[in-house]
Design a protein around this ligand. Structure first.
Ligand SMILES: [Cu+2]
Length: 164
């Protein structure tokens, strides 16, 4: 009996993640639509975007991420200065204040998938582990969307990244 109810409890905890694979809720945070873009052969870096909502009462900080598809993942912030897009790593992590939503998206905060051993392919689902201060580690999947997904053409190349 005991084992049975444990199994049921485990299944119940897994099913919501499967039922809506693109929307993850865990304790004090909610993660929406993690996605990425295909990369041309030989490109060392890719991107990761997602929306994080802090549904708790205390601040949460995204402090790191890992994926088997990249040698290293950094948290970056892009900014425009004198018409030039540049980006810098957020060494202290990315803070999501209580009750707020932070979007990792083109031309803003993003995850940088570095040292790609092979290109990211459209349609692929990339496992990603997100580490937080103030929240449990979360497992999500980045869906590799088409290159022109949701943005204007000029935003496509993310060119600052190719120089790293
Ligand atoms: Cu970057």
């Amino acid at each position: 009996m005991k084992v049975k109810s444990l199994v049921v409890a485990l299944l119940l905890s897994i099913i919501p993640a499967l039922a809506s694979a693109h929307d993850y809720t865990q304790d004090n945070l909610k993660i929406d639509h993690p996605w990425s873009r295909p990369t041309p052969p030989g490109t060392p870096t890719g991107v990761g975007y997602l929306t994080i909502t802090n549904i708790g009462e205390a601040p949460i900080t995204l402090i790191g991420a890992q994926t088997p598809r990249a040698g290293h993942v950094s948290i970056h912030e892009s900014s425009m200065s004198d018409g030039v897009m540049s980006m810098k790593p957020l060494k202290q992590g990315l803070v999501i204040p209580a009750g707020e939503t932070v979007e990792l998206k083109p031309h803003s905060y993003h995850l940088m998938l570095e040292k790609l051993p092979e290109p990211l392919h459209e349609g692929e689902r990339i496992p990603l582990t997100l580490k937080f201060r103030g929240a449990e580690t979360v497992q999500v999947e980045l869906t590799v969307e088409p290159l022109d997904y949701g943005v204007m053409k000029k935003e496509m190349d993310h060119s600052g990244h190719q120089m790293e």
